[in-house]
Design a binder for this molecule. Structure first.
Ligand code: COA
Length: 170
């Protein structure tokens, strides 16, 4: 297994169009459909980073900022922002791409956590990651706080043990 990798090596871009059977009553992309598409993109990014099978451990901070109308071209970009021991934070940005107006509008972002698993579905170690760009660095630095918050929300960590998270209140 490779031991050190860069976020760009996990970059996964899914481009698709919104069809009528994927919309809600208002004619916009159904939220559950977008979650599934994001999950797929993030799973591929996590598998590319870990060179392993992966499972979704948590989904946090899904921010549906603007609706995505029928027939939109949707571009989903997922990249591993930080690798821990067996888990990886994957940041996903969703854009509406309009080739006619030549615009790219940010519609949604979300943060997924994936865990690399072995043949017995047990967590296994993943390569370290080294952020390169300013945005990658920013996301890398915030990832431990977000991991601790996610662990608290899932009753896997006591709030008093969340040292990194507590720093933002001090
Ligand atoms: C996720 C899963 C592999 C964790 O297994 P586990 O035996 O509890 O293992 P651990 O407690 O050692 O956790 C493994 C890693 O996941 C992280 N993790 C687990 N739950 C997490 C959560 N809710 N948020 C963030 N990280 C989480 C742990 O912090 C640990 O990270 P690290 O090794 O990088 O420090 C296990 O719960 C599982 O298989 N869940 C089902 C996954 C699935 O089916 N997903 C698809 C849903 S349809």
């Amino acid at each position: 297994m490779t031991t050190q990798k860069f976020p760009k090596e996990s970059l996964t871009i899914l481009t698709n169009i919104v069809l009528p059977n994927e919309t809600n009553a208002l004619g916009n992309l159904f939220g559950g459909e977008l979650l599934a598409r994001m999950d797929r993109a993030c799973a591929i990014a996590a598998a590319r980073h870990s060179e392993s099978s992966v499972v979704t451990a948590s989904v946090n901070h899904v921010s549906f900022d603007i609706a995505i109308p029928l027939a939109s071209i949707v571009v989903i970009e997922a990249k591993v922002s930080r690798a821990f021991t067996s888990s990886m934070e994957v940041y996903v940005d969703v854009w509406i791409d309009n080739p006619i107006n030549k615009t790219k509008l940010k519609a949604t972002e979300a943060i997924y956590t994936f865990v690399a698993v072995d043949a017995n579905n047990k967590p296994k170690a993943v390569p370290a990651i080294f952020p390169e760009t300013e945005l990658e660095q920013k996301r890398f630095e915030g990832a431990l706080r977000r991991k601790q918050l996610s662990l608290i929300l899932s009753n896997r960590m006591k709030p008093e043990d969340a040292t990194e998270l507590k720093k933002i209140f001090n």
